[in-house]
Design a protein around this ligand. Structure first.
Ligand code: GLP
Length: 243
């Protein structure tokens, strides 16, 4: 069942996420968080790190797995998802970097990296709470329209639209945006015990309407959330405007 929560702003959404994650960490100190990049989760990470500091929550055992990574981009590149997760989550929350994993986009090993990543998630006992953003075309992670709803972690080609959307992180130059990525599959994402998808602004309204009220279809990868037992979609009024 998909629970939809309409909030006033990103901070309110972030604090709902932060409360749920903080409760999880208190009850299960070595919990597994599913992490995402993009601008949508940023307020949630900020709220969580404030709560962790305020309530002196011990995060030393928390483990984490990120959704995706660009293929062939140096992990040290400031826009690699490895760097982004370090900067936006690991450092502000004070997580142990050894316990936080990002898919390996190295081109020479990428064909085996997907299976190994899914295995590592399974060995960790699965993801407890997965945070998700959504692309304007309904993608989650980097599962573009047409992705199999049963897919595991694998290499994918980025669509032109996603490369245009993400050019803002690469000097507004689409030629600098990688053409491929490694992403958790939709099947991988659906194995998490709780999904929390965040979307803000009118640019996401169409994708949110398809996700929540459209038919379940690989043309809107996020519509797979309807198959999940415990999915929460938190949106502002603009992103909810087509519901
Ligand atoms: C990228 C990421 C997605 C993210 C999407 C939306 O494509 N791979 O995980 O959901 O961007 O980003 P934003 O939240 O900045 O709109």
């Amino acid at each position: 069942m998909t629970e939809v929560i309409i909030v006033k702003n990103q901070d309110e959404a972030g604090s709902i996420y932060a409360q749920r994650v903080a409760r999880l960490i208190e009850s299960k100190p070595d919990c597994v968080l599913g992490l995402a990049t993009g601008s949508s989760p940023l307020a949630a990470y900020r709220q969580l790190s404030a709560l962790v500091k305020n309530d002196s929550i011990d995060v030393s055992q928390v483990r984490g797995f990120a959704l995706d990574e660009y293929a062939g981009l140096d992990p040290k590149h400031p826009q690699s998802y490895q760097s982004t997760i370090n900067r936006t989550v690991v450092e502000p929350l004070g997580l142990d970097p050894e316990k936080i994993h990002v898919p390996n986009g190295n081109l020479s090993t990428i064909s085996e990296a997907g299976h190994a990543y899914d295995q590592a998630i399974e060995d960790a006992g699965g993801v407890d709470i997965q945070i998700l953003g959504i692309g304007t075309d309904g993608h989650i992670g980097f599962n573009e329209p047409g992705s199999s709803l049963a897919s595991g972690t694998r290499i994918k080609t980025l669509t032109e639209q996603t490369r245009i959307d993400n050019a803002r992180f690469f000097d507004d130059d689409i030629n600098q945006v990688p053409t491929h990525c490694i992403t958790q599959g939709i099947g991988t994402i659906l194995k998490a015990r709780h999904l929390i998808l965040l979307a803000f602004g009118s640019g996401k309204a169409e994708a949110i309407a398809e996700t929540v009220e459209g038919g379940i279809s690989s043309f809107c990868p996020a519509s797979a959330l309807q198959l999940h037992r415990h999915a929460t979609v938190i949106v502002d009024e603009a992103a909810a405007s087509r519901l």
